[in-house]
Design a protein around this ligand. Structure first.
Ligand code: ADP
Ligand code: ZN
Ligand code: ZN
Length: 732
């Protein structure tokens, strides 16, 4: 057959929720863009930024219906061939449209046509690590001191317009600081900084044998689980492998969970590697993130540290991937393209043929299973690097005990001596706000969200009601709308109420609260953590935000107020998450010279999973957890995919799901459960339901999903709902 047209045709992926790719003609006088490059295309009445996936294709679309694209946006592709292959795999594995997968992988700024993809270079200043007492040295030079503090506090010396403007007016003190050797001029690609290395500690015997085993694993694909209690020196182990990769001229991708990517971690990297590194996380501006991304793609960044989406950073010299706290829930994207960054990292390492380290004190049961099956090397660091003992974990039975703002008297009595001794105490409660609900004492009415099947949370000392699911905000009533009664009470306790109670119990102690509300302001978390690390704050109250990644030298006591939620939940992973959380917070206590203790408030002290965790630790818990999963055929012994649907019309989701279920043939290998209402059946005014596919072999699951991907858009019922496929769902 004759080619349909003279002009070459390119196939592109467009960021729309449609499966399949789209063909465009090259506009006259344009060079053919490379696969992975961005082009601006007309789509309906809009212009969209699309990614070229194939060039010189033969199209099935008649020539007269093919439109030319508007223009090419990049000289060099934004996705190299390796990354494009990874993303195409991810689109197939997660059954998500390729165009949206590619758009999710791109930094926000590069999703816009106006942002250039070439790396920027900037001149700037950065602090030099020194072992002298700088505070004394600069005691009489307040302006130099302030300048140094600003440069130090600035994670990225080259990208902040306000800092640069301020520096321009400080030529004298800048020169003085440079003469003292406290700062140095740098020219770096935008978004990067250079570490100024200090000496590494000598490895413990345990660390040495782990590092040696990893080295022996070679430089090709080799997944390894590094399991070690908090403080056992996992980070130090990663650092040795990172140093080896850098030595060999390779780039390193270091993934950390949302909450684990702390200033302390960045500081440790800065103080270890004579290498250019960049940080990618949600607190950075779009421009900074795009800078780091481009610098990595140009091969200028030696190390990229980032959260979930950093797994898609282009790295032409990739030599090692580290996934710290691999069990962490924030690695799973919970909307749109629902990928799991740990699993994508494993695939990426396999495609790039490089080692991948998964580290955790509390590995996910899936990961432990892979290690037991010898798919992953299993390396353990059972003891703390510093030799400190792990704190004992004990329970306080709070049945029929009055709670004051969530705290029992025995717990308060336990806290007291730690504070009196000048140590730090952490109280952990997984609920932000003043109280989880407002309730009428007379008739039992509970303030509901008008748009969700959930109670409203009390905030502002009990003055405001807020929905944690849709964001609705209203003043708290003082009279019951149901019975007219005047006794409205706060039910239960959140971080805000716990903090208030502790303030009145310990008026002379400095208290800080760590939750999403108190951390809304940028930089606040860093400030509060710095205060706590210095020991200025003695009592820390927080949500899981406090559970990981931070090192408080004087922390000797941890209280966990609500473990029972994890024991009784419809979500089969809830107990695993509870056990991880308890073990992680326990790992916060007694890290240095001070022995610690951990107290759990519970109404179910005899619960078998809790008992197992307390007597046999996380490993014992995991063994029982895996046995239960095997029994039930749940992951990792079975594979799940969820088809979700939602609509404003109450019946539309289940009608759609029933029609979807009717299109596939179930078998001994493939079960279809549902449709059932989602655990929160109505959210933000939309009704939600789902259908679960279960298969013992993954191979049995994917043909059904392929079929759905093609068939569901054709169903008449599909027009009335929003639907999505979630492969390996994490929250049910
Ligand atoms: P993890 O990542 O397992 O929590 P880290 O690597 O952060 O452990 O180590 C915990 C603490 O022990 C840190 O303060 C670290 O500096 C210190 N540390 C780690 N390895 C050593 C070592 N070999 N010698 C001395 N201190 C060490
Ligand atoms: Zn009432
Ligand atoms: Zn709501």
């Amino acid at each position: 057959m004759e080619p349909a047209t003279e002009a070459p045709i390119v196939r592109v992926a467009v960021p729309v929720p449609l499966h399949g790719a789209f063909d465009y003609r090259m506009p006259p006088g344009t060079d053919t863009p490379a696969p992975g490059a961005r082009v601006l295309v007309p789509f309906g009445r809009r212009h969209l930024v699309a990614i070229v996936i194939e060039t010189d294709v033969t199209s099935d679309v008649p020539a007269e219906r093919l439109r030319p694209f508007v223009r090419a946006l990049d000289a060099a592709p934004v996705f190299d061939a390796d990354l494009l292959a990874l993303l195409r795999w991810a689109a197939r594995y997660y059954h998500h449209p390729l165009g949206e997968v590619l758009a999710t992988a791109l930094p926000v700024a590069l999703r816009r046509a106006g942002t250039a993809s070439a790396a920027n270079r900037h001149r700037g200043w950065q602090a030099v690590a020194v072992e002298r007492d700088v505070a004394t040295e600069l005691a009489r030079a307040p302006r130099q001191r302030e300048l140094l503090d600003r440069i130090r506090a600035n994670p990225n010396p080259t990208a902040h317009a306000s800092l640069l403007a301020w520096l321009a007016s400080a030529a004298g003190p800048l020169k003085a600081l440079a003469d003292r050797g406290l700062i140095e001029a740098v020219t770096l690609p935008g978004g990067l900084e250079r570490g100024s290395p200090t000496a590494a500690p000598e490895l413990t015997d345990g660390q040495s044998s782990v590092v040696e085993a990893l080295r022996a694993g070679g430089t090709g694909f080799a997944p390894a689980l590094v399991e070690g209690v908090t403080g056992s020196g996992k980070t130090e182990v990663y650092f040795r492998r990172i140093a080896a990769a850098l030595e060999a001229g390779r780039q390193v991708l270091f993934l950390a969970p949302e909450i684990g990517l702390t200033p302390q971690l960045i500081e440790r990297v800065r103080a270890r590697f004579d290498a250019a590194f960049g940080v990618l996380h949600s607190q950075r501006s779009d421009g900074e993130r795009a800078d780091v991304w481009r610098a990595a793609g140009a091969g200028d960044a030696d190390i990229v540290i980032g959260t979930r989406s950093a797994v898609f950073t282009p790295m032409p010299r990739l030599g090692l991937i580290v996934v710290d706290e691999e069990h962490d829930g924030s690695y799973k994207q919970q909307d749109g393209f629902r990928y799991h960054a740990r699993d994508v990292a494993l695939k990426r390492a396999q495609l790039a043929d490089v080692p991948v380290l998964l580290g955790s004190a509390t590995p996910a049961l899936e990961t432990l299973h892979n290690a037991h099956q010898r798919r992953f090397a299993h390396l353990q660091l059972p003891r703390r690097a510093t030799g400190a003992a792990m704190p004992p974990i004990r329970v306080i039975d709070v049945r029929s005990r009055p709670l004051d703002g969530g705290l029992s008297e025995p717990l308060i009595a336990r806290i007291e001596p730690h504070l009196a001794a000048g140590n730090q105490v952490m109280i952990f409660i997984n609920r932000r706000g003043y109280a989880p609900a407002q309730c009428c004492h007379d008739c039992g009415w509970i303030a509901p969200c008008a748009r969700c099947d959930a109670p409203l949370t009390l905030h502002g000392g009990g003055r405001r009601l807020q929905c944690h699911h849709c964001g609705a905000l209203e003043p708290a009533p003082s009279v019951c709308p149901a019975c007219g009664g005047g006794q409205l009470i706060a039910l239960g306790a959140g971080t805000e109420r716990v903090t208030g109670t502790l303030r009145s119990r310990f008026p002379d102690v400095a208290i800080a609260r760590f939750d999403r509300d108190s951390m809304a302001r940028r930089g606040r978390l860093e400030d509060q953590l710095a205060d706590a690390a210095r020991g200025d704050t003695q009592l820390l109250v927080g949500t899981q935000m406090l559970a990981k990644g931070h090192d408080f030298a004087r922390l000797t006591c941890v209280g966990v107020l609500d473990v029972d939620g994890g024991l009784f939940s419809a979500d089969f992973r809830a107990a695993e998450h509870m056990a991880q959380l308890v073990t992680q917070v326990a790992g916060r206590a007694g890290r240095a010279a001070h022995p610690g203790e951990v107290w759990l408030q519970t109404r179910h002290p005899e619960h078998p999973l809790l008992e197992r965790l307390l007597t046999r630790g996380y490993a014992g818990f995991a063994e029982a957890g895996l046995a239960e999963r095997r029994e039930a055929g749940l992951p990792p012994f079975g594979h799940l995919a969820l088809l979700r649907a939602e609509a404003t019309d109450a019946d539309a989701p289940s009608a759609f799901l029933a029609a979807a279920a009717a299109t596939i043939r179930t078998s001994a290998e493939l079960a279809c459960w549902g449709p059932v209402p989602a655990p929160m059946a109505r959210r933000a005014g939309r009704h939600r339901a789902h259908l679960m596919l279960h298969a013992e072999r993954r191979g049995a699951l994917h043909p059904a999903l392929d079929h759905w991907q093609a068939a569901l858009p054709q169903l008449p019922e599909a027009r009335r709902v929003r639907w999505s496929i979630d492969v390996d769902p994490q929250d049910l």
